[in-house]
Ligand binder design. Structure first.
Ligand code: G6P
Length: 353
């Protein structure tokens, strides 16, 4: 209904535009975490779809910032494997709180004696009622089938947990200060949306699109590929940039666009060499990077570069790069005339295995 989405053509567009405000509000809100998590040496992160990719980002945060052993599990595979479970805490990430596989995985973990936390967007949902402790992502109702603001809110929640578990107070301060600037930087992406529309225009006729990222940009690349597939029906595949030589390079030709996340982080140089490898094989490269990265990329023979503001620390890049990829997928689907809020064959919440 036109009322619910106001001036926006689609719920998805509205939900993407809500993200800076969610980061503003939730970034500064105090997050209570249970004692069990504070003391946990091993944390298992579980989810499906976009929630799984947010959990993947959370793994990087927990390892780098909180120095905790963090294991990632795809809920739809987990409980069939008879996995060996030792002491620890499980964090199940789910927008709807209704995903059957995630619920099954939680029940399995509880049988094995784990303390379970449900990170959900929908209060009183099945997962919220099942777990020992509930953390709300507070993104507000998400109507578009393809998750956008819920993904960002999940990532933010996982970052906040990691910050509250970390010991290095100077670094903590730096990330928290960076978080204050983040909503404005996200807003600036919308000011440049026409550039993302131009990139989308170039992608419309592609049969497949490759997404590359390294470090925490890897799960963001996977999420970008998922968004592209869900919305535009163009086959999107994300790869770790370091895996390029182990197969994906064979796919490179002049007809397969490659979207590379190349933020100025500890992996920048390596990612740039991947970009050259793709260019040398006539691949059409589209780079998504920050200002600091872009300043080092002048003269690189790529199709286009989208530049977002440089965040204070590497931990904040995913919020800016994921938003950029969401918008690219949205406009590609729009150019193709796809059913954006209700992609064919997909459901918002999957309550069967
Ligand atoms: C469905 C939705 C996805 C979502 C996934 C997990 O496939 O279409 O957008 O990421 O389920 O859902 P959840 O509610 O558990 O986050």
């Amino acid at each position: 209904d036109a009322l619910g989405r106001g001036e926006f053509a689609h719920y998805m567009l509205k939900e993407m535009y809500e993200q800076p405000e969610i980061v503003l509000k939730e970034g500064s809100r105090h997050l209570d975490i249970p004692e069990e998590l504070t003391h946990a040496l091993h944390i298992t992160l579980i989810g499906c779809g976009s929630a799984f990719y947010a959990a993947w980002g959370g793994k990087y945060y927990l390892e780098h910032l909180a120095h905790r052993k963090a294991t990632l599990e795809l809920a739809s595979e987990f409980h069939y494997r008879n996995p060996i479970v030792q002491e620890g805490v499980t964090i199940a990430v789910s927008q709807s709180g209704e995903t059957a596989d995630t619920l099954k995985a939680i029940q399995y973990m509880e049988q094995k004696g784990q303390y379970t936390i449900g990170m959900v967007n929908v209060p009183y949902s099945s997962i919220a009622r099942q777990v020992n402790y509930e953390i709300l992502t507070n993104a507000g109702p998400e109507i578009g089938v393809a998750s956008t603001k819920a993904f960002t809110a999940q990532l933010l929640c996982l970052l906040k947990i990691s910050i509250s578990l970390m010991k290095d107070s100077a670094r903590k301060e730096k990330i928290l200060n960076g978080l204050k600037q983040l909503p404005l930087d996200m807003q600036k992406i919308f000011f440049k949306v026409s550039q993302l529309q131009d990139i989308a225009q170039h992608l419309v006729h592609a049969k497949g699109i490759i997404f590359l990222g390294r470090g925490i940009s890897y799960p963001v690349a996977l999420e970008g590929a998922l968004k592209m597939s869900e919305l535009s029906y163009i086959f999107g595949q994300g790869f770790a940039a370091g895996e390029l030589k182990h197969g994906p390079l064979a796919l490179i030709d002049a007809t397969t666009p490659v979207i590379v996340l190349a933020p100025m982080d500890q992996f920048f140089e390596k990612t740039v060499s991947n970009i050259y490898e793709v260019c040398a094989r006539e691949g059409k490269v589209f780079i998504v990077t920050d200002e600091a990265g872009a300043s080092q990329l002048a003269g690189v023979p790529v199709q286009d570069i989208f530049v977002y503001p440089s965040p204070a620390t590497w931990e904040l890049h995913p919020f800016l790069s994921a938003l950029s990829l969401q918008l690219i997928a949205y406009y590609t689907a729009l150019h193709k005339g796809c059913s954006i809020d209700q992609p064919r064959n997909l459901a918002k919440s999957v309550t069967v295995e």
